[in-house]
Design a protein around this ligand. Structure first.
Ligand code: CUA
Length: 151
């Protein structure tokens, strides 16, 4: 037999969990927010690469390691959509893109994916926000979004 107080805590916990699940479903369906996803592991993603699929669609294999991101500079034209596949060569790193609501982990043996649209020209810093050792504070990369397509 549960105590009245325990009962209340259980009910509140269930309500909070339902709010979380509802928020996720709402973000994904109504707001069309792209949630990060896990992709089945393949060695292919451990080689840093920028691939242009068409004039405004890119695929980036981003590899984090002590203490850098590769590729460290990603040049794209404004209006581009980029699929980021993020992994780590060693410890757990963070993958945060300023102004873009991207906050992921780079994990050895795992591939996290997210899609980001860059409409406004500018330089968007990618930062490691997960303490990963002595050089953590230097771990940065950039997405450079140009006005016009120069390629
Ligand atoms: Cu990588 Cu902090």
């Amino acid at each position: 037999m549960l105590d009245k107080f325990e009962n209340r805590i259980l009910i509140i916990t269930c309500i909070v969990i339902m709010i979380f699940i509802f928020s996720l479903v709402y973000a994904k369906t109504v707001r069309k927010i792209d949630l990060p996803e896990c992709v089945p592991y393949s060695k292919v993603y451990t080689h840093p690469k920028i691939t242009r699929l068409d004039s405004t669609t890119f695929q980036v294999f981003a590899v984090a390691q002590m203490w850098q991101f590769q590729p460290s500079q990603i040049y794209i034209p404004a209006g581009s959509t980029v699929d980021f596949y993020v992994t780590s060569k060693d410890v757990v790193h963070g993958f945060y893109i300023e102004e873009k609501n991207v906050n992921m982990m780079a994990v050895y043996g795992g591939i996290n994916k997210t899609t980001v649209k860059f409409d406004k020209p500018g330089v968007y810093k990618i930062t490691c926000h997960e303490y990963c050792g002595a050089g953590h504070q230097n771990m940065q990369a950039e997405v450079i979004v140009n006005f016009a397509d120069q390629r």
